[in-house]
Write a protein that binds this ligand. Structure first.
Ligand code: XMP
Length: 517
C-alpha cells in the first residue's frame, strides 16, 4: 500500500482517489505521522502532498526525516517536493514569478518517472507536458545527487529526480485532471517505481469486507439508521449480505422526505433485499415540534434532536444489539483526523446520523470508512442496489425542512413534494439529472397573483435550483435549456394546485449557498 502524507493541500484527497483508480490501495495521514506509525504501516511508496505553508519559512511542516532513510520510493508534489529538497540539502525560495494555472514544462533529463510521458515534443525533440501549477515558492538549489527532470522559464527546477534512491519531486499537480498526463505519472510511480500490483478492486474488497464484518460481529445484533441516502443504503446492503437477519435497520420517516421516498426505501430493502427494516412514521411528531419555528438553524436543531430521540427509543427496543452501524465514508474520516483547520464560521450546521450520542453503549461498525464516494457507489452497484438509488443527488438530513422557507407546515410539504417530483422526473427524462450535481425545488411561503382560464389565482411560489459542483463548497447554477424549464414550469403550475408561479435560481455559491436555508 501507498502512504500519502498530507501537508494540508485541498487536493490531497484527489491524490488518493487517483491512486485507487489505478487499483492500488492507499491511505492519507497527517504529515507529522510518527516513525513507529510509518514503520508499522510498511508502505511500498510514499507521496508527500502539496500544502499552503511556505518551506522558505521556519516552523512550517516538514516530512518525518525517517522516510528518507527507509529506502522507499518517494514522490513529493508541490510543497512535498519543496520540503524534500530542503530536507535533503537543497533550498527553496519565494519565486520571482508565481505560477497559478496552466503551464508548460519541458523534459531536461530522462527519468524513469517520466520516460515517454509527454503531451508533445518541441523542435529540439524534448518532451513537453501541459500541467497545472499552483505555487509561490520554488526549489532554487537541488539537493546533492538530484538532477533536474523538468523545467520552464518561470520555474527552472519544476521536477527533480534521484534515480538511485527513487526520490522524485514535481512542482505541478498530477492529481488534478487539468494535468493531462497526471494519471499516467501517478500510475508510473505506484506500479513501476514502487512495484504495486493491481490488487485494489471492488469485487475483492466486497468479499473481504463481508468476511471482516462476519468475524468482527460474530453472533451479535447490529442496528443501523437507514436514511435512504447513498451511504447508509450501501452500508445496509453490505452488512445484510454479511450477517443477514442479525441486522435491523431503523428508518425514521420525518415527514420531510421526497415524494414516494419512504415507499422506495421500504421496497428496495424490505421487499427486494429482505432486510429487516423498522419503518417509523414520525411525520406528525416532527411537524408538531416544528410548529411556529421559522429560523433555519433552530429547525435543524429540532429535526436533529427529534431524530436522535426517536432513533434511540427504537434502538433500545432491540434487546441484543451490540453494534451501531454507520455509513461513515473516507472523506469524513480524513477530515476529522487530519488536524485540518476547521471552517472559521458555521454557515450552516450540517447534522448527520453520525452525531448520535453515546448513551446506547454500542460499538461502532463503519464498513465504508476506507471508501471514497465513487467507490461507495461502485460497491452499491456490486451489491445489487438500483442504479437510481446509488447515483442519487445528495439530500440534506433535515430534508424538506430546510427547503420550505420559514415555518414548516404539512400543506407546504405536500405542495413542495409534488413540485419537486415533477422537476426531478423531467430532469431524468431529459438526461439532465446526471449532468447536474444537485437539483431540487424550494417552497416560498409568499403568494402572488396569477390568471388561469378566466379566473384570478392567488397562490404560492416555487423556486427551482440546479447546480454543478465538484465538492459542494462552491457551485455554479446549471444552464438548463429554456425549453426544459418551460415544460417543468407548465407542468408544476398545471398539476400542483396551490402553486401559480415558478422561478429559476441563478445564483452561484458563493455568494449564495446551494440550499436556501
Ligand atoms: P449549502 O446549502 O451549505 O449545501 O451550500 C452544501 C451541501 O450540504 C447539504 N446540506 C446539508 N446536509 N444537513 C445535511 O446533511 C444539513 O443541514 C444540510 N444543509 C445543507 C446541501 O444539500 C448541499 O449538498
Amino acid at each position: 500500500k501507498i502512504l500519502i502524507l498530507d501537508f494540508g493541500s485541498q487536493y490531497t484527497q484527489l491524490i488518493a482517489r487517483r491512486i485507487r483508480e489505478t487499483n492500488v490501495y492507499c491511505e492519507v495521514h497527517p504529515c507529522d505521522a510518527s516513525r513507529r506509525f510509518i514503520e508499522e504501516f510498511a508502505p511500498i511508496g510514499i507521496i508527500l502532498s502539496g500544502g499552503p505553508a511556505s518551506v522558505a519559512e521556519d516552523e512550517t511542516p516538514r516530512a518525518p526525516q525517517i522516510i528518507f532513510e527507509l529506502g522507499i520510493p518517494t514522490l513529493g508534489i508541490c510543497y512535498g517536493m519543496q520540503t524534500m529538497a530542503a530536507q535533503l540539502g537543497g533550498s527553496v525560495e519565494n519565486a520571482k514569478t508565481r505560477e497559478f494555472g496552466y503551464a508548460e514544462v519541458a523534459t531536461k533529463v530522462q527519468s524513469s518517472l517520466l520516460r515517454d510521458i509527454h503531451d508533445r515534443t518541441d523542435e529540439k525533440g524534448e518532451g513537453i507536458l501541459d500541467v497545472w501549477m499552483s505555487h509561490g515558492d520554488t526549489v532554487n538549489v537541488l539537493p546533492p545527487k538530484f538532477q533536474v527532470m523538468l523545467g520552464n522559464a518561470a520555474t527552472p527546477i519544476a521536477g527533480m529526480a534521484d534515480e538511485e534512491r527513487k526520490f522524485y519531486g514535481i512542482q505541478f499537480h498530477p492529481e488534478v485532471t487539468h494535468t493531462l498526463q497526471g494519471k499516467a505519472i501517478l500510475e508510473r510511480f505506484v506500479h513501476e517505481i514502487c512495484g504495486a500490483g493491481y490488487d485494489w478492486n471492488m469485487p475483492d474488497y466486497m468479499e473481504e469486507s463481508i468476511g471482516r464484518i462476519r468475524s468482527e460481529v460474530g453472533r451479535d445484533e447490529v442496528i443501523l439508521g437507514l436514511s435512504g441516502g447513498v451511504d447508509s443504503s450501501v452500508a445496509a446492503a453490505l452488512i445484510h449480505r454479511a450477517i443477514g437477519k442479525q441486522l435491523t435497520c431503523v428508518f425514521v420517516d420525518n415527514g420531510l422526505l421526497r415524494l414516494g421516498e419512504a415507499q422506495q426505501v421500504m421496497d428496495t430493502f424490505s421487499r427486494n433485499l429482505g432486510v429487516k427494516v423498522i419503518h417509523i412514521d414520525a411525520g406528525k411528531a416532527f411537524l408538531d415540534q416544528l410548529q411556529g419555528v421559522a429560523d433555519p438553524e433552530t429547525k435543524r436543531r429540532i429535526i436533529g434532536r427529534e431524530f436522535i430521540e426517536i432513533f434511540q427509543r427504537e434502538a433500545a427496543k432491540i434487546a441484543n444489539a451490540r453494534w451501531l452501524a454507520q455509513g461513515t465514508i473516507y472523506p469524513d474520516v480524513i477530515e476529522s483526523a487530519g488536524g485540518k483547520t476547521k471552517k472559521a464560521q458555521t454557515i450552516k450546521s450540517h447534522h448527520n446520523v453520525g452525531g448520535l450520542p453515546d448513551t446506547l453503549h454500542l460499538k461502532l461498525l463503519e464498513p465504508l470508512r476506507e471508501l471514497f464516494k465513487d467507490e461507495v457507489r461502485e460497491l452499491g452497484l456490486a451489491l445489487g442496489l438500483p442504479h437510481d438509488m446509488v447515483f442519487r443527488h445528495p439530500f440534506p438530513g433535515p430534508g424538506l425542512g430546510v427547503r420550505i422557507l420559514g415555518e414548516v407546515r404539512h400543506e407546504y410539504a405536500e405542495l413542495l413534494r409534488r413540485a419537486d417530483a415533477i422537476f426531478t422526473e423531467e430532469l431524468r427524462i431529459s438526461g439532465w439529472y446526471e449532468k447536474t450535481s444537485q437539483a431540487f425545488a424550494v417552497f416560498l411561503p409568499v403568494k402572488s397573483v396569477g390568471v388561469m382560464g378566466d379566473g384570478r389565482t392567488y397562490d404560492y411560489v416555487v423556486a427551482l435550483r440546479a447546480v454543478h459542483t465538484e465538492d459542494f463548497m462552491t457551485a455554479h447554477w446549471a444552464e438548463l435549456p429554456y425549453t426544459l424549464l418551460a415544460k417543468i414550469s407548465n407542468r408544476i403550475v398545471n398539476e400542483v394546485r396551490g402553486i401559480n408561479r415558478v422561478v429559476y435560481d441563478i445564483s452561484g455559491k458563493p455568494p449564495a449557498t446551494i440550499e436556501w436555508e
